[in-house]
Design a binder for this molecule. Structure first.
Ligand SMILES: [Zn+2]
Length: 290
């Protein structure tokens, strides 16, 4: 390793980071780079049975289990779901957190994502970007000398459509990514199936659940039809993303990995933000060293 990278992922809810960046987080961590996930909301409304307090407590524990699987750090702010605001207080709080971690690369949602918390998380990251290097603002936490490179995680939203700059194959870590998602039990086996009216498909036998989660993704490896984007636009956290990305961005995978790119089954995709230190052709291999 030429240089240890510091990689920070800012998600809105305690599973967004895992779903969107679990594959690259595992690859960074395996190479000895330092990864931190930060969820700005506590996940309290992500359940249909438990109280918000019970849900937030359980979801925090789930983040810590996922962090153990990946060998990363995972923080959660004490902000209730659906209440995250891109206000001055949160801007300062995020600036302090980012400055303390000193990331080289920072990932978050796009500001035209479907959930208000995702949009506000994105705006908070954008608002923080330049201020990270302004010493007079939040002077109690020393300013960074250089802004991190900021990237958005892939999403399906079309107004405007996603601009992809980096597509990473994650086949070598897909099983471990399932293990990370498996830790978010209240989500992947309870709330998300319930919210899609699919709760009856989840095995009651807990020992069969990881296999079910795995099978559900493998089954959907085939490229979806042209209506895919439109018909699924409202469903974030979908199970087929990694397989669909590998099919849809085959050309980019071949450019990155040569012939091996033809045989990649699962991928994650990212697009550079115009704020922060710009992503360039030269910086991509340094920032994505796998
Ligand atoms: Zn979310």
């Amino acid at each position: 390793m030429e240089k240890q990278l510091r990689v920070m992922v800012v998600g809105a809810h305690p599973d967004d980071c895992d779903f969107n960046y679990g594959g690259i987080a595992l690859q960074y961590a395996a190479l000895g780079h330092k990864v931190k996930f930060l969820s700005l909301c506590n996940g309290c409304y992500g359940h249909h049975v438990m109280t918000p307090k019970e849900t937030a407590a359980r979801r925090y524990l789930e983040t810590q289990e996922a962090a153990k699987v990946a060998g990363i750090e995972y923080d959660v702010w004490d902000v209730d779901d659906c209440t995250l605001e891109a206000n001055l207080e949160n801007r300062k709080r995020l600036i302090r957190d980012i400055r303390e971690f000193q990331p080289d690369i920072l990932f978050s949602h796009r500001p035209n994502d479907y959930h208000a918390d995702h949009r506000n998380a994105a705006v908070l990251v954008q608002d923080a970007s330049y201020l990270l290097i302004v010493p007079g603002f939040c002077p109690e936490t020393p300013a960074m000398r250089k802004m991190p490179t900021i990237l958005y995680c892939w999403d399906r939203f079309q107004q405007p459509p996603f601009q992809v700059d980096v597509v990473v194959g994650i086949d070598s870590v897909i099983d471990k990514k399932f293990e990370m998602m498996h830790c978010h039990e209240s989500q992947v086996y309870e709330w998300l199936p319930y919210s899609h009216c699919k709760e009856h498909t989840v095995p009651q036998d807990k020992s069969k659940r990881l296999e079910w989660l795995h099978g559900k993704r493998i089954d959907r490896e085939a490229a979806p039809d042209d209506n895919y984007i439109l018909t699924t636009v409202a469903q974030n956290h979908s199970e087929e993303d990694e397989a669909w990305l590998a099919s849809n961005y085959r050309k980019e995978l071949i450019e990155r990995y040569g012939e091996a790119g033809r045989h990649i089954h699962f991928a994650e995709a990212f697009g550079g933000c115009e704020y922060g230190t710009l992503l360039t052709k030269e910086s991509i291999p340094e920032l994505f060293p796998f």
